[in-house]
Design a protein around this ligand. Sequence first.
Ligand SMILES: [Zn+2]
Length: 452
Amino acid sequence: MARNVWVARLSILLLGGVLIATTSRPCQRFLRALDVRLASDQILFGDESPFQDLSTTVSGELLQTTLINQTPANPFQNPLNDDDLTHKVQKGTTVASLWASLRGAPKAAGEFAKAFMQHDKKVGALKAGELLEVKRRDGEIVEVRRQLSFGDTMVVEGNSDDGYSSRIERARLEQRERKVSGTIHSSLVSSANAQDIPYSVIDDFVDLFGERVEFNKDLQPGDTFTIVFEEKVTDGGEIVDVGVIKSASLRIRGQMFAVVRDVQKDGTARYFNEKGQIPTKGFLRYPVQYTRISSMFSKARFHPVLKVKRPHHGVDFSAPVGTPVRSVGEGTVVFAGYSPSAGNMVRIAHGQRYTTEYMHLSKISKGLRKGSHVDRGMVIGAVGSTGLSSGPHLHYGLFDKGKYIDPMRAKIASDPGPAKAPPAVMAALDAMRREHDAVALASEPASRKSKA
Ligand SMILES: [Zn+2]
């Protein structure tokens, strides 16, 4: 084993030498040793995609809505008429060229530009593809409206005699809690689509349960789940922001897993598990957000570059180039750099026992180097296809005292302490248990129900 580690370290320094070493027996042994640490990968799509085997029936309800951000929206200063138009911003458009193409009065160009760009620091400069609403009266531009994020609007108004000014209209938003629950027939991701559950909520849900549940293998048809999360909605019904998960639960073959968020007096929040304990933090199950993973597999395969079939000491997550890669746990970077086989690679030591590595990155996060401290969930780079790789993917490996272990199965969290949940959390947990029973009962076939 010590020899493997030594070989692996050396291999980082060796360049194409690995490729030549395919014929003689000692060389093959050498190669096998390298395979442990420097796998290069073929991406397979198909059966093992997490998007293909699971879909769900879900039901949703709104728990409560709170009106926030009460500034009333300004009504249009001018009613619509025939001179109004929607203008699509072209690539390379500046405010000056915009004014010219809208046939604005030349003498007011400077003033319009100043008003238009007043909020640039906060809202950013014009981008290609943006739609602007332009109102014109008697040949003059009197109002330009630009949609911003979170439902806000920037309004520039005036005329060439009086000049132009701008302001930002805050959207009237409601903060509400939405609850979704359902039975899994086939996937979490397809249910997210069916119920308008934002992907970020699914990602958070997976991260909250990831230490205890392997989503691709553990979930079975008939399992049930609930999620309560916050969202902000414009009065037009558009969801503009998604907040935290307040509570969530998952019942797998009769066993309930749950989290309930509790905000303490000082404003800090913590999650309790189904036993009313605060779980200790283990590793994130997925170094890439779950909904970004487009394929996943492991075991032996045909090597596309080295042409050798071999066991594969890592899990490959196929995901688009640029997808953020996260450190699964707190630790210290022991390697961050380029290797011909692994491409851009980061290796992190998590205490004395565990090491993780992330390969083929398109880039390593700025400032990350040997000795850097990383937190759980911190972005360390982005998915790429550098090194020996046949397509964009992340090769992720987990090692226990230098020995490879399956990251999808490993249990790293230690036992949580005794239950200390406040009564409200315990009550929420009881309610969830009852609800799962009701959901499970409702989705059972009629014959079984009548027996009960
Ligand atoms: Zn791999």
